[in-house]
Design a protein around this ligand. Structure first.
Ligand code: ADP
Ligand code: MG
Length: 316
């Protein structure tokens, strides 16, 4: 089987997720390479481990660069704390005013503000950066490589976390607005209100695209081993809870050779896991990728992987 449906022009955002070391980065880049043969494609790494740079053998940072040797493919690394720093510097004035005008915060408000503003807000800003790229429309396809499962889940639950934060901020504003109205009789919407409304819109935009099966697809990557299968199960149920449906999955590192006793043993060892994957995820389009003799590094190896994921004959 090959990965299917990614050719659809309406499908903009393709996210790869799974346990550490199962091949997410390799598969995400190979997919981006394949898509770039037909579409202007942006590969986005949200993994602070810089593995996209290592795999492409080219420095990729917090700025879009063209990928050497792959026309139509560009790449960027969107690391959460950098994305958050950019956001804070761009909105310093509004954030400061938000806090300044909330002098009548009670302790519970302050605590809630702090506890909600820390977890997830940086991930939201990663996602906001991605969504802003999509809205700008400079590329036709956006392929996202995530860090191990926990991170992908944080990324996906980040809109909900930001929404909670906005609610607390809006409550603080409501108190402020009440105070102003009681003193002066009226209240004019200010830049902080506009800022909060803008954030609310960002949350909606992220949620809308994640849940929209025509525009977004999440592809789990797994290997035929017990722990990876368990983690895939957790990932898929978390996706389900967020109403994100996976249609297909990649099963990487499948042993094919029977050329030596070691290979035969590994192949036999993988069999029950492959059967389990088939039993549990039989409803998904499953693409098996063999273990390559070498690591997947550099464009030649990525093209080889691309041919396995999409078939040699067709572009997609
Ligand atoms: N099918 C494969 N055959 C051989 N090596 C592979 C295969 N898939 C991935 N690798 C290698 O395994 C390591 C982990 O892969 P990577 O794509 O970085 O995983 P992840 O992003 O999930 O951590 C890398 O060194 C990569 O080159
Ligand atoms: Mg990786």
């Amino acid at each position: 089987m090959a990965l299917a449906g990614l050719d659809n022009i309406d499908l903009k955002l393709i996210i790869f997720g799974g346990k550490g070391g199962v091949g997410k980065t390799s598969c995400a880049i190979a997919t981006a390479v394949a898509l770039s043969e037909k579409y202007k494609t942006l590969l986005i790494s949200t993994d602070p481990a810089h593995s996209v740079s290592d795999c492409l053998e080219q420095q990729i940072g917090f700025r879009v660069v063209k990928v050497n040797g792959a026309e139509n493919l560009s790449a960027i690394e969107v690391v959460a704390d950098e994305a958050l720093a950019v956001f804070i510097s761009e909105h310093q004035a509004e954030l400061k005013k938000l806090l300044d005008t909330s002098t009548n915060l009670d302790n519970q408000d302050i605590e809630e503000m702090l506890s909600l503003s820390i977890p997830g807000i940086d991930e939201v800003m990663s996602f906001k950066t991605i969504i802003d790229f999509i809205d700008e429309g400079q590329f036709e396809k956006y392929v996202v490589d995530t860090a191990p499962t926990g991170h992908a889940l944080r990324l996906i639950s980040s809109p909900r976390l930001l929404d909670d934060w906005i609610k607390v901020a809006a409550r603080m504003r409501w108190k402020y607005r009440y105070m102003i109205t009681s003193f002066s009789g009226s209240y004019q919407q200010d830049e902080v209100d506009t800022f909060l409304l803008g954030l609310k819109r960002t949350v909606k935009r992220i949620e809308n695209i994640l849940k929209d099966q025509t525009r977004c697809e999440f592809i789990p990557v797994c290997i035929p081993e017990a722990m990876a299968i368990m983690e895939t199960g957790r990932l898929l149920s978390a996706l389900n809870q967020s109403e994100i449906i996976a249609r297909q999955m990649i099963v990487n590192n499948v042993m094919q050779s029977e050329g030596c006793s070691f290979c035969i043993k590994r192949k036999v060892g993988q069999l029950p896991y492959l059967q389990e994957i088939d039993r549990v995820y039989g409803n998904l389009n499953t693409v098996e990728v063999p273990v390559f003799t070498n690591e997947i590094k550099g464009l030649d190896a990525l093209y080889e992987l691309k041919n396995v994921l999409f078939g040699e004959e067709t572009i997609l």
